[in-house]
Design a protein around this ligand. Structure first.
Ligand code: SF4
Ligand code: SF4
Length: 148
């Protein structure tokens, strides 16, 4: 390499380094928009769609599901299983199984819109991780009980 070529390369490299440092320095002066997850967590927007979950009626405190099975029939992915039993002396059925295979759910919302009793809604769960597919097979009755 000639002497002139050597200095040209040195100039171009130095200039590029200074431009890069300028960009970094500018970014350092910007307000911080990230958080130290998982130590810090941001509030989730109310419109966020996590997996579906059973909900309670705010007045009665009971889950208003009437075991009609419309959500399961409407689900395009076939990922909801609903079962119930008729107990003696009771008018309607009691919900015994409400299972969701979240590995197949597309979060389309058809089940939520179809439910005539407003018994299901989207959860706010976003930090869901697991090692097996089975970990994403949810018992939504148990989850409702755990939520209290
Ligand atoms: S959100 Fe859509 S895909 Fe998921 S369970 Fe409901 S109907 Fe099925
Ligand atoms: S969640 Fe709603 S649509 Fe599904 S079985 Fe219960 S009442 Fe019917």
């Amino acid at each position: 390499m000639s002497k002139k070529g050597y200095f040209t390369e040195l100039y171009v490299g130095g200039k590029s380094l200074l431009v890069g440092l300028g960009v970094t320095f500018k970014a350092c002066l910007q307000p911080i928009v990230t958080v130290q997850y998982p130590r810090e967590k941001l509030d989730i927007t109310p419109n966020y769609r996590g997996h579906i979950e059973l909900r309670r009626d705010p007045e009665s405190g009971e889950c208003p599901c009437i075991v009609c099975g419309m959500c399961a029939r409407a689900c395009p992915s076939g990922c909801i299983t609903v079962e119930g039993e008729k107990k003696e002396g009771e008018k309607g059925k009691t919900l015994t199984v409400f299972a969701l295979d979240f590995t197949r759910c597309s979060l389309c919302g058809t089940c939520v819109e179809t439910c005539p009793k407003g018994a299901i809604d989207f959860s706010q769960d976003y930090n869901i991780a697991g090692f097996t597919r089975e970990e994403f097979h949810y018992d939504l009755i148990r989850r409702l009980e755990e939520r209290g």
